[in-house]
Write a protein that binds this ligand. Structure first.
Ligand code: FAD
Length: 274
């Protein structure tokens, strides 16, 4: 009980390192014992005092004292995070949510933009478990794709594969990720698919996995305020994303088919189309 209370209390920490990923994506590394021990797919609530608090997937966990999250500069809180420098202070609470279930078979991971954040620590675990990993890094353009160098370092063994896709063809294969996934699924048998990114992409990839009867886990985003199941702002069908997700199984995704890829709650709790 005491532990749960401490998880929900923002801990003020210092930015140890800022790593530029692309022009508008960077990774902030901070000292935090609890989040450094998180599982891939879990998220933290990151607080910029006086500005706001937003959920961020944990992209790095060293298991000792340091974790990292990867921010794309979009609105007011993410822009404020984007402008943080070494030694600046931020608040962090969590880790929250249910992460991915790693397996040791043939795995296909598809991440769109900052949707690659939770897939990076997952890749590390899968490699450790002896899985064969194909990692698809997808984005609208080259500037939307973080972690290429990390992926090369992690997947240097020739049994693994890295595929880069851009909608505009500025890097790697041209076209949307789901089209390339269609081709991969035709040519190879995967034991498990893991994906995170824009919901339209997730919905298409989910449909492809269903058609080929492949087990899939999908990490979704919703508007999160409390992060621990009190406020209901992240409700999706009969689930709360902060407690039951953000990673959902195919069984759960079928149960929330009226919301998945269709609607989400806005800041006022009203359902709006995606
Ligand atoms: C589980 C989870 C993990 C996430 N991981 C990452 C990540 O690794 N990297 C990353 O860049 N972004 C991530 N996001 C998105 C991030 O939380 C923010 O939504 C995004 O940074 C925009 O916030 P903002 O305040 O800058 O923008 P705003 O200008 O406030 O809002 C822009 C839009 O962002 C959405 N938004 C704002 N606040 C929240 C909130 N508290 N919860 C959910 N949506 C919100 C709203 O749809 C809004 O229309 C994640 C979201 C969730 C739910």
């Amino acid at each position: 009980m005491e532990d749960r209370i401490l998880i929900n209390k923002p801990r003020i920490t210092t930015v140890k390192q800022v790593r530029n990923e692309t022009n508008d994506i960077l990774t902030l590394f901070v000292q935090d014992k609890r989040c450094s021990a998180a599982s891939p797919g879990q998220f933290a609530m990151i607080w910029v005092p006086g500005i706001g608090e937003i959920p961020m997937s944990l992209s790095f966990m060293d298991g000792k004292d340091t974790c990292g999250f990867t921010v794309k500069s979009i609105g007011k809180t993410s822009k404020a995070l984007f402008n943080k420098k070494e030694n600046d202070h931020i608040g962090i609470r969590g880790p929250y949510g249910n992460g991915f279930t790693p397996i040791s078979g043939n795995c296909l991971l598809v991440g769109g933009g900052t949707g690659l954040s939770p897939l990076l620590p997952l890749t590390k675990i899968l490699v450790k478990k002896g899985a064969r990993v194909t990692l698809m890094l997808a984005g609208k353009s080259r500037n939307e794709i973080p972690f290429f160098k990390d992926a090369q370092d992690l997947l240097s063994n020739s049994k693994h594969k890295i595929i880069v896709t851009t909608d505009d063809g500025s890097y790697g294969l041209k076209g949307v990720a789901s089209d390339h996934v269609t081709v991969l699924l035709k040519n190879e048998k995967y034991d498990k698919l893991y994906t995170c990114g824009p919901e339209i992409m997730l919905k298409k990839i989910f449909a492809l996995a269903e058609k080929r009867i492949i087990s899939i886990e999908v990490s979704l985003e919703r508007y999160i305020k409390c992060g621990f199941g009190l406020c209901g702002s992240c409700s999706i069908g009969r689930y709360l994303l902060c407690l039951d997700g953000p990673v959902f199984s195919s069984k759960q995704l079928k149960e929330i088919s009226n919301d998945f890829g269709i609607s989400r709650r806005n800041i006022n709790g009203e359902k709006t189309p995606i």
